[in-house]
Write a protein that binds this ligand. Structure first.
Ligand SMILES: CC(C)(COP(=O)(O)OP(=O)(O)OC[C@H]1O[C@@H](n2cnc3c(N)ncnc32)[C@H](O)[C@@H]1OP(=O)(O)O)[C@@H](O)C(=O)NCCC(=O)NCCS
Length: 125
């Protein structure tokens, strides 16, 4: 497989808003009082895939660890969360990597919005 791509991902700037969360005011309580904005900046995973010949070997989780550390290093974009519109079949993968659902709605939809709180991997200053 020399020179072949076995995995890729893409990220973009996005946000968590009240439309995404079942109980927005409760969700915002994880933030300090002065930072409970109506829109919370987030980095969104757009594409994420591992070549099928290499899946379930831990590469996806290693890449996810890289993305988490990448975004807390030098406070790259000032985002507190990673979000992803997770395909149904990939939701167990995201759950294993610390992501949660933002709402209990859409259980039967083909994708559901999930989030990861980057605070949990931020270096203690
Ligand atoms: C989802 C995907 C990126 C995971 O990559 P991966 O390299 O296979 O993931 P890992 O090997 O790090 O798996 C970590 C855990 O998630 C589980 N997992 C991974 N893919 C899974 C799936 N499709 N269904 C259920 N569990 C899954 C693994 O079993 C593993 O659990 P374990 O630690 O108990 O063994 C990969 O399967 C993929 O490219 N799928 C097709 C594209 C896709 O769905 N992308 C997501 C778009 S939102």
């Amino acid at each position: 497989m020399h020179g072949k791509t076995i995995a890729f991902f893409s990220v973009s700037n996005d946000a968590i808003t009240s439309q995404h969360v079942e109980n927005f005011n409760r969700f915002r309580r994880i933030l300090p009082w002065g930072k409970r904005y109506k829109t919370m900046p987030a980095v969104k995973i757009g594409r994420f895939a591992v070549h099928k010949n290499f899946s379930k070997h831990g590469y996806g989780s290693k890449i996810m660890d890289f993305i988490k550390i990448w975004f807390v290093t030098r406070n790259k974009t000032g985002c507190r969360f990673i979000i992803v519109d997770a395909l149904k079949e990939a939701q167990p993968f995201y759950e294993k990597n610390g992501f949660s659902f933002l709402s209990s709605d859409g259980e039967n939809d083909s994708t559901r919005l999930m989030y990861f709180d980057l605070k949990t991997v931020m270096p203690v200053s």
